[in-house]
Write a protein that binds this ligand. Structure first.
Ligand code: NDP
Length: 284
C-alpha cells in the first residue's frame, strides 16, 4: 500500500462501512437504532457547519440524530436541564455538546454533566480516567482517529519516538496517552517547550496540534518521519492550512496527512463509532 499520503477520507470510508454493519446488527437483532443528540448554543458559524455535517454523517450510517439549537442567551441552568433530559432519553446513546460555549457558561461544568455512558466525545473526567488507566471506554474522537489511520496504513508505533505538539485535553494529551499505550516513547511539547526544533528533529512520529498555520517546517523534520497534522487554520486567502508545511515536508516524510482530507474526516467518523459503541455497551 502506498503510505506516502495518508488519506483520511479513505480510512474514514472503510470505518464507516464497519459502523453501518454494526448499526444493521443492532437493528436486526435488537430492534434498536443508535441515537446522537448534538447541542449547540449560540451562532458560531463553524459550529453550525460541524453540526450539519454530523447530521448528514449520521444519516449515511443509519444513526438517528437530533439537534438542539439554543440561543446565545441560554443560561447554565437551562443547558443543564436539557442535558439531564437527554441523559434520561432512551432514544439517545450519545450526547455531543458543541464547543466553544458562550463565555457566561462554564464548559467543564457542562461537559461533566453529560452521563459518562453517553459521553461520546470522551471528555468526561470518568472517561479521561479510563483512558489514563489504559482501559478506555470512549476515546476522544480526533486522537482516536489518528490511531485508526496509523493502524490502517500499518505504520509501526511501538518503540518509535513520538512527539506530540500541543497539550489540550481534546487532542494533545489523549493523543500522547494513546501513543504511549501503543508503546511509543512520547514527548509532549507546548508553548513553553525549549529547543522545540531539536525535539521535533528526533521524532519518528510527529502529531502537530497547535493551531498555527505551517508552524512545522521541513528543517524541523527528520527524513522518513511520519507526520500527522491535526491543525485547521483559515488563511487570509480563505483556504484551510494545517500546522505543518505540507508541500515541503511531503518530500522527506515517509507518511503525511494533508489538510483538508487527513485527520478532519476521521473526527466525525469516530464520533459515530462511539455512538454505536454506546448502544452496544448498553445492551451487553
Ligand atoms: P488548543 O488551543 O486547545 O491547544 C493548543 C496547544 O498548542 C496548547 O497546548 C499550546 O500550548 C500549544 N501551542 C500553541 N502555540 C504553540 C507554539 N508556538 N509552540 C508550541 N506549542 C504551542 O487547541 P486544540 O488542541 O483544540 O486544537 C489544535 C488544532 O487542532 C487547532 O488548529 C484546531 O482547529 C485543530 N483541531 C482539529 C480537529 C480535527 O478534527 N482535525 C479537531 C480538534 C482540533 P500551551 O498549552 O502551552 O498554551
Amino acid at each position: 500500500m502506498d503510505k506516502k499520503i495518508i488519506d483520511g477520507k479513505l480510512v474514514s470510508a472503510s470505518i464507516r462501512e464497519t459502523i453501518k454493519e454494526r448499526t444493521k446488527v443492532l437493528k436486526e437483532k435488537h430492534s434498536k437504532v443508535p441515537g446522537l443528540a448534538a447541542v449547540l448554543v449560540g451562532e458560531d458559524p463553524a459550529s453550525q457547519i460541524y453540526v450539519r455535517n454530523k447530521r448528514k454523517s449520521c444519516e449515511d450510517v443509519g444513526i438517528y440524530s437530533e439537534e438542539h439549537k439554543l440561543p446565545e442567551s441560554t443560561t447554565e441552568d437551562e443547558l443543564l436541564e436539557l442535558i439531564k433530559k437527554l441523559n434520561n432519553d432512551d432514544k439517545i446513546n450519545g450526547i455531543l455538546v458543541q464547543l466553544p460555549l458562550p463565555n457566561h457558561i462554564n464548559d467543564s461544568m457542562i461537559l461533566n454533566s453529560v452521563a459518562p455512558e453517553k459521553d461520546v466525545d470522551g471528555f468526561h473526567p470518568v472517561n479521561a480516567g479510563f483512558l489514563f488507566e489504559g482501559k478506555p471506554k470512549f476515546i476522544p474522537c480526533t486522537p482516536h482517529g489518528i490511531i485508526k489511520m496509523l493502524e490502517f496504513y500499518e505504520i509501526d508505533i511501538e518503540g518509535k519516538n513520538a512527539v506530540v505538539l500541543g497539550r489540550s485535553n481534546i487532542v494533545g494529551k489523549p493523543a500522547a496517552i494513546l501513543l504511549l499505550q501503543k508503546n511509543a516513547t512520547v514527548t509532549i511539547c507546548h508553548s513553553r517547550t525549549k529547543n522545540l526544533s531539536d525535539v521535533l528533529k528526533n521524532a519518528d512520529i510527529i502529531v502537530a496540534a497547535i493551531g498555527r498555520a505551517h508552524f512545522v517546517k521541513k528543517e524541523m523534520v527528520k527524513e522518513g518521519a511520519v507526520v500527522i497534522d491535526v491543525g485547521i487554520n483559515r488563511l487570509e486567502t480563505g483556504k484551510l492550512a494545517g500546522d505543518v508545511d505540507f508541500e515541503k515536508i511531503k518530500d522527506i516524510a515517509s507518511s503525511i496527512t494533508p489538510v483538508p482530507g487527513g485527520v478532519g474526516p476521521m473526527t466525525i467518523t469516530m464520533l459515530l463509532w462511539n455512538t454505536v459503541t454506546s448502544l452496544e455497551e448498553s445492551i451487553s
